[in-house]
Design a binder for this molecule. Structure first.
Ligand SMILES: Cc1cc2nc3c(=O)[nH]c(=O)nc-3n(C[C@H](O)[C@H](O)[C@H](O)COP(=O)(O)O)c2cc1C
Length: 390
């Protein structure tokens, strides 16, 4: 069973994560993890924090000589902003700390501030937003990079691209090669494969900047090279589509998910949306007329690319604040503003990749198991042989 946990707050000392259940012998590269962390920080519309911070992972357990050893992997990512917060958010009470508070008493609509402050009984939403913040996703991306390391050994790749920013939408399907090329780019604008559409997306972000507003959008994650048979139809919680949906909607600001062409399917006749089945006698394998199911039928992978989309609401912190109420005085007051992103759709795509990679790695190890890479590979190869001879 592959499982992970994260801890850490936005302005605390660091983020930490543990990942338990990886077989021994999986290659691990700090440079590869850092590249994923860099990708999470890119995109037009990010706030000032991305400029002061370049995330770097430290692996403190579970990896020796660039390979897993079968024990839990522990990671940490330091918050470079921490020195500015040591007095406002000290771990142990220090004399004079009350001189340096950074309270948030005017909760932001759409954020965790109000619900969290009531639930945890604080009259300062600071402790809530510190953990609700998407800063936590840096730890998820680092864990996702380890999951990608496992999947990569077996020829499975997970990538993303942006298909919508506000009302600017990509009107065509992206080819896998285009998404691969996007990942190599050293300058990330909005993560769209189509330059003309990306320019329209940028106009939307510019309008949000001009008006003190924010925008959301849609990202798509694709997994390529996935064998048939991950996940299962037999129980509600083994169905892979359900597990992917939970993983994607667990992301901060993601409010909707789509597997395959779900929205299009919902408004079409059945004859138009199912992926017809064919057989290539020479190659001795089944082929499909399309991939509208997004690579999953009956909760199982069917061998086609997995296709999952996440729908992000616009960021909740607005430079032109929304109406709120002060937690202490109960008087109407504009919501708090703190340095904030305006658009995060490309970054959300990278986080979505991590979440999909983690869920796929879990399903992969459920099916193939193994305490060492040698054992996992033996199980995998033997299953592929069975599929070939089916
Ligand atoms: C990559 C990323 C960056 C984000 N940056 C911000 C931000 O700068 N300011 C903000 O108010 N919300 C930001 N959010 C969204 C909030 O974290 C999120 O809206 C909040 O935690 C409440 O959760 P919910 O929207 O899922 O209900 C970001 C989300 C993501 C995925």
């Amino acid at each position: 069973m592959l499982r992970f946990e994260t801890a850490g707050e936005s302005h605390g000392e660091c983020l930490v994560a543990t990942l338990t259940g990886l077989p021994a012998g999986i290659p691990v590269s700090v440079a590869d993890i850092n590249y994923e962390l860099w990708r999470r920080q890119q995109g037009y519309g990010r706030g000032g924090r991305m400029k002061i911070e370049t995330d770097e992972v430290e692996i403190v357990a579970g990896v020796r000589h660039s390979h897993t050893i079968g024990s839990p992997v522990a990671l940490l990512i330091r918050n470079r902003d921490w020195p500015n917060w040591t007095q406002a958010l000290p771990v142990e009470d220090i004399a004079g700390a009350e001189q340096h508070p950074k309270p948030v008493t005017r909760p932001r609509p759409g954020h965790a501030d109000l619900a969290g402050a009531i639930k945890y009984n604080f009259h300062d939403a600071r402790y809530i937003l510190e953990r609700a913040s998407a800063r936590e996703t840096a730890a998820r991306v680092a864990v996702g990079a380890l999951a990608k390391g496992l999947l990569g050994v077996f020829g499975i790749e997970v990538l993303s691209h942006v298909i919508g920013v506000g009302h600017a939408l990509l009107e065509r399907t992206a080819a896998w090669e285009e998404i691969v090329a996007l990942r190599q780019k050293k300058e990330v604008l909005l993560g769209c494969v189509d330059a003309e559409t990306e320019a329209r997306m940028k106009e939307v972000v510019d309008e949000a900047y001009r008006t003190g507003d924010t925008v959301g959008g849609v990202f798509e994650v694709r997994a390529h090279g996935v064998p048939p048979g991950l996940g299962s139809h037999v129980t509600w919680d083994s169905r892979l589509d359900g597990r992917l949906a939970q993983a994607i909607v667990s992301m901060q600001a993601v409010k909707g998910v789509e597997v395959g062409f779900a929205q299009e399917g919902a408004v079409s006749f059945g004859s138009k949306v199912q992926d017809t089945i064919h057989y290539d006698r020479e190659a001795r394998h089944f082929t499909r007329g399309a991939n509208r199911a997004g690579g999953i039928e009956g909760g199982m992978t069917n061998g086609q690319d997995i296709l999952v989309r996440g729908m992000l609401k616009p960021i909740s912190t607005l430079r032109r604040p929304l109406e709120s109420v002060d937690l202490l005085t109960r008087e109407p007051s504009p919501a708090a503003y703190e340095r904030s992103d305006v658009c995060v759709v490309p970054a959300a795509g990278v986080i979505g990749e991590a979440m999909v990679a983690i869920v796929l790695a879990q399903a992969f190890l459920e099916k193939f198991g193994g305490d060492s890479l040698t054992e996992t590979r033996r199980n995998f190869d033997s299953y592929l042989e069975q599929v070939k001879n089916y």
